[in-house]
Design a protein around this ligand. Structure first.
Ligand SMILES: *[C@@H]1O[C@H](CO)[C@@H](O)[C@H](O)[C@H]1NC(C)=O
Ligand SMILES: *[C@@H]1O[C@H](CO)[C@@H](O)[C@H](O)[C@H]1NC(C)=O
Ligand SMILES: *[C@@H]1O[C@H](CO)[C@@H](O)[C@H](O)[C@H]1NC(C)=O
Ligand SMILES: *[C@@H]1O[C@H](CO)[C@@H](O)[C@H](O)[C@H]1NC(C)=O
Ligand SMILES: *[C@@H]1O[C@H](CO)[C@@H](O)[C@H](O)[C@H]1NC(C)=O
Ligand SMILES: [Zn+2]
Length: 486
């Protein structure tokens, strides 16, 4: 084609086509890579959450199964979960990489003034998709990219979100045993190739339930924690029996920790402000207060300095580091109890010996994190991470493009057995390839235009000076090579 230019026998249309060629071929290349990725065997991943498993439970009784994952895989000592440190907000953060203010599940019990609707873990209100659709959970993203997912009781996984349910899922039923949940997960992973899931999520209600009832410091908790280790042992064994243990990447984590409460550390709001002035939203230790019309200042004034064991924030004063402000479902006033304290209206409500929800910088609120499998290093301990970093890590392992999120792969890539480099077929370079394609294409277009002009001018000159023809061809070589390199 350069010859065509040099010979001067080139019509304007052909020349234009020549200039556009670099753009066209770049586009082809991208499509080819994209296909290449979806066709190759994806890495498999199973994400397991033991609700309320505090990071240090592992050190208090012998835990042979947890220890074996740690020794053969990775573990992170201190994971900072998201505020508020409750079950629904944190489980949604794990699968979206977003803070609660962005994904919209800001508490276990919520009120949305725009929808005039209430959300409660204890009712079917959670099945209204509108609560969930500010974010796109990982299973929806994977399925839209052609993958398959299986969910066993993960909070929100039996709700239709953006028109989709997981490819395989169990409707929430707390009575279904851990063993049954595991058996279903194993079935989904071991199905024939075209039906097998790429990503599984498994949820178990303990040790949260017992932690609330007994209090985490109770010696009776030891048996509960030993039981979780046995449950993990059952999962590992089933994975091994199905030939999956060395193939499927396994992440074991939790949503939050648990702290001990005391029956003499109760704050009774009725002592400070009349119930007629506000609506109570969500439960201790972070209570949302919706003042009645025009009563904001009065309610705030009455609560502000009422009790040294609670902190009262107007919404706009909530500390920046909580990332808990920019959502209509966060109430105009929130009250946070200090660690160990319980907020009630009066003492007749249910009192629990353990709770979570407090400041996410407290050690007691931290969950556990460990992982095992081909994607992970062996016998590696990392000091700290943020739970929102899990989402980009999972996207990397599964080779799906992460949606905008609050985590960062670079914070956790040292957990991986092979750190990503631009030459490995991983997701990060591919995203770059896509976003830079127009820039690179335009640049090459400009280079071609300039090259064309140079050649054209030379060619005009050549017609007059035939002896320079050979040199001019040599000069066109670098351009030609660049074209082939594409
Ligand atoms: C909100 O819904 C309730 C019924 O659940 C209704 O009584 C109330 O009037 C509604 N409020 C507004 C502002 O629409
Ligand atoms: C929940 O699971 C239990 C145990 O498998 C079963 O007996 C019960 O019928 C299930 N409940 C619903 C509503 O499906
Ligand atoms: C405490 O609150 C309950 C409702 O939560 C109410 O029925 C009861 O009368 C209250 N007790 C006192 C002493 O005010
Ligand atoms: C949260 O806890 C940390 C200590 O872990 C403390 O420094 C910080 O002031 C607390 N923040 C709030 C807003 O309670
Ligand atoms: C979290 O990520 C979302 C999506 O990119 C973004 O809109 C939001 O501003 C981020 N939040 C913070 C605190 O950076
Ligand atoms: Zn929980």
């Amino acid at each position: 084609m350069l010859g065509c230019l040099l010979r001067g026998g080139c019509g304007p249309l052909v020349c234009l086509w020549t200039l556009l060629l670099p753009l066209v071929s770049l586009q082809h290349l991208n499509q080819h890579w994209h296909r290449g990725h979806s066709e190759r065997d994806r890495s498999k991943l199973l994400l397991v959450s033991f609700d309320g498993f505090r990071w240090d439970y592992i050190h208090r009784v012998p835990m042979p199964n947890f220890k074996s994952i740690m020794n053969e895989g990775v573990m992170v000592e201190q994971v900072e979960d998201v505020y508020i440190t409750k079950t629904f907000p944190n489980h949604y953060s794990l699968v979206t990489g977003l803070y609660a203010e962005t994904h919209g599940i800001v508490a276990n019990e919520m009120y949305d003034p725009a929808l005039n609707l209430s959300f409660s873990m204890e009712t079917d209100s959670i099945y209204d998709s509108r609560w969930w659709e500010a974010a796109v959970p990982l299973w929806v993203t994977i399925q839209k990219a052609g993958g398959r997912c299986g969910a066993a009781m993960w909070p929100g996984s039996d709700v239709k979100i953006h028109g989709m349910l997981p490819t395989q899922y169990l409707p929430y039923n707390a009575s279904v045993s851990f063993e049954t949940r595991v058996e279903r997960i194993i079935e989904w992973f071991s199905a024939p190739k075209e039906e097998a899931v790429d990503f599984g999520i498994l949820y178990w209600e303990e040790p949260d339930e017992s932690g609330h009832i007994l209090g985490p410091e109770s010696s009776l908790m030891d048996a509960v924690i030993v039981d979780i280790d046995e449950k993990l042992g059952f999962l590992i064994n089933e994975l091994k029996k199905a030939g999956l243990y060395e193939k499927v990447n396994l992440i074991v984590t939790s949503d939050h920790g648990m702290t001990q409460l005391f029956s003499d550390k109760i704050i009774e709001l009725d002592e400070y402000v009349s119930r007629d002035l506000y609506t109570w939203v969500d439960k201790s230790p972070v209570v949302g207060i919706l003042p009645k019309e025009g009563k904001l200042e009065e309610v705030y004034g009455k609560l502000m300095d009422a009790n040294p064991n609670m902190v009262v924030y107007k919404k706009e004063e909530i500390p920046e580091h909580f990332h808990y402000r920019k959502n209509i479902r966060i109430m105009p006033i929130i009250i946070e109890a200090k660690e160990g304290w319980t907020i009630m209206q009066n003492r007749t409500g249910d009192f629990m010996l353990g709770n979570h929800g407090y400041n996410n910088t407290l050690q007691s609120m931290r969950p556990i994190f460990m992982a095992h499998g081909p994607a992970f290093r062996q016998n590696y301990v990392k000091t700290s991470m943020h739970s929102v970093d899990l989402y980009p890590l999972m996207c990397h392992i599964l080779a799906v493009r992460p949606l905008p999120n609050n985590g960062s792969l670079s914070n956790v890539k040292d957990l991986l057995s092979s750190e990503p480099t631009p030459s490995t077929p991983s997701i990060a370079p591919r995203v770059k390839e896509y976003s830079y394609a127009p820039v690179v294409g335009s640049f090459l277009g400009v280079v071609m235009v300039m090259g064309f002009l140079v050649i054209y001018i030379r060619q005009v000159t050549l017609k007059q000076l035939p002896s320079l023809k050979h040199r001019s061809r040599e000069m066109s070589q670098p351009l030609l090579q660049e074209d082939l390199h594409l």
